[in-house]
Design a protein around this ligand. Structure first.
Ligand SMILES: O=P(O)(O)OC[C@H]1O[C@H](OP(=O)(O)OP(=O)(O)O)[C@H](O)[C@@H]1O
Ligand SMILES: O=c1[nH]c(=O)c2nc[nH]c2[nH]1
Ligand SMILES: [Mg+2]
Length: 169
């Protein structure tokens, strides 16, 4: 059965991703000062590195979440590695002073799980789909719910057949 979440394609190159992650850092720079980043693996690792470099943040923690996909549903989420209590307890605790970064928010289920661990953190993603927008504080580009975002680390070079049927040459 076709997955309606993949009706449209939004391919992202490394250049685009770098530019959009820098734009995220730029927007975040006027929204607060953070003592640490928590990145949601694995997709959050790349934007977290770029944002950390731009904002001069050197304390970087991970929360490792795996989603078990059954057929075309996201399935259940499992926290494989929780957040270091030293990071949760920064400033007034509960994630205050912490920036949580992921590559995208889709249904918002992943961010909901992390919000339960860090209710006072600031949540940022590079891309967002409408259903997930209420879960994120700052993002750069919104795409429709029926769009699949293709990240550069998942892609490879492939021959593209020309539009014309006349391929002789
Ligand atoms: O808003 P949601 O519907 O929860 O979806 C968004 C999450 O899905 C993807 O991660 P995925 O679980 O595929 O794992 P990965 O980051 O290890 O690729 C993406 O990186 C987000 O973390
Ligand atoms: O590579 C991805 N692209 C997406 O659009 C998406 N939504 C959830 N998880 C996703 N992973
Ligand atoms: Mg992810």
């Amino acid at each position: 059965m076709e997955n309606p979440a993949q009706n449209k394609a939004f391919p992202v190159s490394w250049d685009m991703f770098h530019r959009d992650s820098r734009a995220l850092a730029w927007r975040l720079s006027s929204e607060g000062e953070w003592k640490a980043i928590v990145c949601i693996t694995r997709g959050g690792l790349v934007p977290a590195g770029i944002v950390a470099r731009e904002l001069g943040i050197r304390t970087i923690e991970t929360v490792c979440i795996a989603s078990y996909h059954d057929y075309d549903n996201q399935g259940t989420l499992k926290v494989i590695k929780p957040i270091d209590p030293k990071v949760i307890d920064l400033e007034e605790g509960q994630g205050s002073g912490v920036l949580v970064i992921d590559d995208l928010v889709d249904t918002g289920k992943t961010l909901k799980v992390v919000r339960e661990m860090l209710p006072k953190a600031h949540y940022a993603t590079v891309y967002a789909k409408p259903v997930g927008v209420p879960m994120v504080d700052t993002f750069i580009t919104e795409v429709s719910q029926d769009t699949w975002i293709y990240f550069p680390w998942d892609m490879g070079w492939q021959f593209q057949p020309p539009l014309s049927k006349d391929t002789a040459g």
